[in-house]
Design a protein around this ligand. Sequence first.
Ligand SMILES: CC(C)(COP(=O)(O)OP(=O)(O)OC[C@H]1O[C@@H](n2cnc3c(N)ncnc32)[C@H](O)[C@@H]1OP(=O)(O)O)[C@@H](O)C(=O)NCCC(=O)NCCS
Length: 176
Amino acid sequence: MVTLRELTTDDTQALTRIYSGASVRHTTGQELTLTQAQQKVRTALARAAETPRAQWSWGIVTTDEMIGLIALRRRTPTTGTISYILREDTWGNGYATEAAKHVVAFAFTTTGLECLEAMHHPDNPASGRVLTKVGFTCIGTSDRHADDGTAVAYQVYALPVPQDVRPLQLHRVPPT
Ligand SMILES: CC(C)(COP(=O)(O)OP(=O)(O)OC[C@H]1O[C@@H](n2cnc3c(N)ncnc32)[C@H](O)[C@@H]1OP(=O)(O)O)[C@@H](O)C(=O)NCCC(=O)NCCS
C-alpha cells in the first residue's frame, strides 16, 4: 500500500535515487543531482503556496520510505495533466497505479478539473498500462521532438475522452 504526502526538504536524497537508472530513460533522460533535487523541492513548495493553485506534487510513500513522485498540473481551468516516476527497484508492485488512483480522485473532487491528460514515450508501455488501469483511454499520438530533432510519437491518454478539438497535433485513434 502507498500513501501520498507533500514533499519536504528532507526528501532530496530520496529524489536523487528515484530520478536515476531506468526511471529516467523515457522521462527526463538525465539523473537528478542533489542540487537539482533541492531545487525541485523548493519549486514544489513554492507552487504549493500559489493561489490559485496550478500544481500539486506528492511523494509516493510506502510504510518506511519515499519511492516515487506524482504530480498534477492545471493546464487550463478545467484540464490537468498527471505524471509520475517511481524508483526502479519498486516497479511491478502496483504502486504507480495506486498512487495515480489517489490523484485522479483528488483531481475530480477537489480541484474543479474536469478532464485529465497524460502521455508516454512509445517504448514505455508500462506507463500506458498504469493509465489504462486507472481509467484513461488512449486517444491518439502527439509528436514530440527529441534532442536530436527527430519526432517521437507519444501516446496521449485522456480521462474522460474530451469532445472538443484538441490544441495539440493529435493523431486520433480511430473509434472501434
Ligand atoms: C511507469 C511506472 C511509473 C510504472 O510503475 P509501477 O509501480 O511498476 O506500475 P504498476 O505496478 O502500478 O503497473 C505497471 C503495469 O505495467 C505492466 N508492464 C510492465 N512492463 C510492461 C511492458 N514492457 N509492457 C506492457 N506492460 C508492462 C505491468 O505488468 C503492470 O500491469 P498489470 O498490473 O496489468 O500487470 C514506472 O515503471 C516508472 O516509474 N517508470 C519511469 C518513469 C516513467 O516512465 N514515468 C511515466 C512517464 S509518462
